[in-house]
Design a protein around this ligand. Sequence first.
Ligand SMILES: [Zn+2]
Length: 432
Amino acid sequence: MSRILIRGGRVLDPATNRDGLFDVLIEDGKIAAVEAGLEVPGAETIDAHGRWVTPGFVDLHTHLREPGQEYKEDIASGGRSAAAGGFTTVCCMANTHPVNDDPAMTDYILDRARQDSPVRVLPIAAATKNLEGKVMTEMAALQKAGAVGFSDDGKTIMDGGVMRRVLEYARMIDAPVSVHAEDCTLVGHGVVNEGPVSTRLGLPGNPCAAETVLVARDLLLAELTGAHLHVGHVSSAGAVALIRQARERGVHVTAEVTPHHLALTDEATLGFDTNAKMAPPLRSAADVRACREGLADGTIDCIATDHAPHAPHEKDVEFTAAPPGVLGFETAYPVVMDMVRNGEITPLELIRRLATNGARILKRPELGSLAVGAEADVVVLDPEREWTYDPAKGFSKSRNSPWTGQRMTGRALVTIVGGRVVYDVERGVIAP
Ligand SMILES: [Zn+2]
């Protein structure tokens, strides 16, 4: 029997509302005990004094680029990068080449993940064929193959009738539909948030209304159909307010926000840094404030990275030509820890939004939890560890981060998936 004893850490487990000093015993891949003063002769011991011991993070929104764009990332490198950031489960979006709109492709991704990835990979399949927003995919067959949800992320389903049918079908099979809410006719050629910054840069703006219009439509369609709508990467104060109102009237909606939309404003683009270009774009300080408040008050359920690797030659071009998106896994925890340091959210509630709520949205209660019997997906975190982020020393194949060279506070030290230590800050990625 394999046994790991994590001793003396501050256990933060939102699933059991536990916040205190305990030892955590892992036996045969499951959480076996969480108690003070455990003595287990023969167990491998991890000293966690002064550290946090939490469920591994669950990321509902990532791009692992395999198949088709392995020069940016693949399931192995993305999985390693996730492990180094404290993530133990990541959902990968369908905009690969070919698109994950067919059960054989879902199968393929799961197979690669079993062989190559140190963390769990759960595919989100396309909602429409080839992400074209026209013909629905075979959602039941995709779900049977292992898809945990549906999304045309990267694209918007602009046809309201198609979106309604997607939601109706998803409701029948009890699957969430995650949306990239940007009205592309309002985005136009916009590459930065529309406002004073776009004017100063002389670049075409992408207004908040592009997001709020689509969020409003999709909330109404979720209400009409009774389906579970998940709003991806919320970026605007207006979207936060709409989600809050919809939730109050009982619409089945959940939502996520990225670390970059919580931490950076559109001013980060003032130097034309393409590593500050994303979709939706970085917004105003008021929008950032609203996203942080929405996360703290529970309107926004979880933090998702939208990890989106791009090769240096793709980002090293003029701003309008660069693809949107940034790396996310290895910087997420220190970036969002800022909210704990500012007193905006408690450690337990932050971990709920990094781990437990994502598992709840996926209806996987055995993940994101340190309850006895849960999967032993555990991370040991040092909330005070200072380090300098250098993507060249990280695990992603790409380098596109707005935090390159910056001092970070907080780091994942040990990541355990299914009872196996897969990452250790001293030794790097250990398995597979
Ligand atoms: Zn997206």
